[in-house]
Design a protein around this ligand. Structure first.
Ligand SMILES: [Zn+2]
Ligand SMILES: [Zn+2]
Length: 153
């Protein structure tokens, strides 16, 4: 997502764009996925001396995160703010994309639950206990791979 900044006399660049789902950053460390319709990116880029800019924007829209217990997708309505001084080496256009990625990454919630009383996954067989009951009993030996996964949740 680029902003034309080639007019050196222009000091303020307002933008109100839509980040489509296919433009959503594919970053490994990020678990969020875009919801339908994408995100709205609305803000202002203000020219400062020496190739510097003040960038402020708000990201709004649905983002889907995995539930921290059962990994089911949970859609939340995101509203994230960004405000920072940034540098642009390119005098013709300013690329917003890395700052949108930063904003998404910084604001990623640490724990999203599909519901407060989510039952999570069976530690033995991995069944989603919200949707099914499994036949494991508590005495059953625990699969070490599931135990490792459980310690991450
Ligand atoms: Zn859940
Ligand atoms: Zn089970």
């Amino acid at each position: 997502m680029k902003i034309d900044i080639s007019d050196q006399d222009q000091k303020r660049f307002e933008f109100d764009e839509r980040l489509r789902p296919e433009e959503f950053p594919q970053v490994d460390e990020m678990s969020g996925k875009p919801g339908e319709g994408g995100l709205r990116v609305k803000g202002l880029l203000r020219r400062l001396p020496n190739k510097m800019f003040e960038l402020t924007f708000k990201l709004e829209g649905p983002i889907i995160y995995p539930c921290a217990r059962c990994l089911d997708p949970v859609e939340i309505e995101a509203s994230y703010d960004f405000d920072d001084s940034v540098e642009s080496e390119n005098p013709e256009e300013f690329d917003l994309t890395p700052y949108i990625e930063d904003c998404l990454f910084i604001n990623e919630p640490t724990k999203v639950l599909c519901s407060e009383d989510c039952k999570g996954l069976c530690a033995n067989c991995g069944a989603n206990l919200n949707h099914e009951t499994c036949s494991c009993d508590d005495e059953a030996p625990i699969d070490p791979r599931m135990e490792a996964l459980k310690s991450l949740l």
